[in-house]
Design a protein around this ligand. Structure first.
Ligand code: 5GP
Length: 207
């Protein structure tokens, strides 16, 4: 029923919990999707590509984009700006796609306010804080100082798990991916309030 209007799947969770790996693993198994590429002022990491992982911009450009009301939501995360561009999201929703966001808890809050009736949310985390620490260290893309900041942030983020529809503990990638596929498929079936009314009218009219 929701094929026409599209739907939103928000994924949040600490950096290093494996969100990107999970998304890459399932993206071809869940039907038409649009993965929202955020804009950020954080420095590009080794292995990342501009326009693929993020649109990397200066603080100045980011401020201009805020002024021009380009963002569905934006927030400061770990001292850098991150924002979701509204244009491509609107387009993808019109095309009936499942729009996937990898955003933090503040972003989730904003998306719930604006698109709550078509949004399904999932919090993804490691089994323990210790495991998160070890994954961030092994990734060796961030300095000790940045890792410490991310761990502090993670401790705060997990306090807000109850704001999400689902929790996925990413212990084994295969299993976590299987659960996420089910959630993504169900997310498409979420019925926007307007459509419920239309459906009821149509259903009764043919009585
Ligand atoms: P990272 O720097 O590790 O790629 O991402 C840091 C955090 O920023 C992650 O929790 C990620 O979900 C979040 N994030 C990425 N893009 C956005 C965005 O557009 N909006 C918000 N609110 N958070 C974002």
């Amino acid at each position: 029923m929701n094929q026409k209007t599209g739907a939103v799947l928000v994924l949040s969770g600490p950096s290093g919990a494996g969100k990107s790996s999970l998304i890459n693993k399932i993206i071809n198994d869940i039907g038409p999707t649009y993965f929202s590429i955020s804009t950020t002022t954080r420095p590009i990491r080794a292995g990342e590509e501009d326009g693929v992982h993020y649109h990397f911009v200066s603080e100045e450009v980011f401020s201009q984009d805020i002024e021009a009301e380009m963002f569905l939501e934006y927030a400061v995360v770990h001292g850098n700006h991150y924002g979701t561009s509204l244009g491509p999201v609107k387009k993808a929703l019109k095309e009936g796609k499942l729009v996937i966001f990898d955003i933090d808890v503040q972003g989730h809050d904003a998306v719930q306010h604006r698109l709550g009736d078509i949004t399904t949310s999932v919090f993804i985390t490691t089994p323990t804080l210790l495991e998160l620490k070890s994954r961030l260290k092994n990734r060796s893309t961030d300095s000790d100082e940045v890792i410490a900041k991310r761990l502090e942030m993670a401790k705060r983020e997990v306090q807000r798990i109850s704001e999400y529809d689902y929790l996925i503990v990413n212990d084994a990638l295969e299993e976590a991916a299987e659960v996420l596929v089910s959630v993504a498929k169900a997310a498409r079936m979420k019925i926007p309030t307007l459509q419920i009314n239309e459906f009821i009218q149509m259903w009764e009219a043919q009585g």
